[in-house]
Design a protein. Structure first.
Length: 145
């Protein structure tokens, strides 16, 4: 069925816990060790959890979409309001970094924390991208389509 289509290598870059990761950087915290909840409105008990760090999910069972009143009252949990402009700025910097390896036309931004990159015959680009993002909290998948 797909035999007539070109064989292309597509990379999906998904930043792990992006909002919580950005907040952790701003606060000087480690997103993997600190329970962080990004809350739409901290003044309202019904405020929605927009993002939860891996530590918050693992230690307290808090998930994205829960309400503020469902978060355990624990002093180790950091409740942070979103800073959308900062998230957008970081996302744009990631796109600029990707542009070092592939042309802008090959970068397809899907959301603030996810992009698809068409490597389009650029041998070695996938490995260089993996090395560049090594240590970042990302999921970087390379597949042929």
């Amino acid at each position: 069925m797909y035999t007539d289509l070109p064989d292309r290598k597509i990379v999906c870059l998904d930043m792990r816990s992006f909002y919580a990761s950005c907040a952790a950087v701003m606060e000087g915290l480690d997103v993997m060790d600190t329970p962080i909840a990004i809350i739409g409105n901290k003044e309202r008990k019904g405020g929605i959890v927009l993002a939860a760090s891996p530590a918050l999910k693992k230690e307290f069972g808090v998930q994205t979409g829960m309400r503020l009143y469902e978060i355990p009252d624990d002093p180790s949990i950091r409740l942070i309001e979103p800073k959308m402009q900062f998230y957008i700025d970081v996302s744009m910097e990631i796109a600029r970094l990707l542009n070092r390896y592939v042309p802008k036309e090959a970068i397809h931004v899907y959301s603030v924390d996810e992009s698809f990159i068409d490597l389009g015959g650029r041998s070695g680009s996938g490995g260089r991208l993996k090395r560049q993002f090594n240590g970042c909290k990302t999921s970087l998948s390379i597949s042929s389509s």
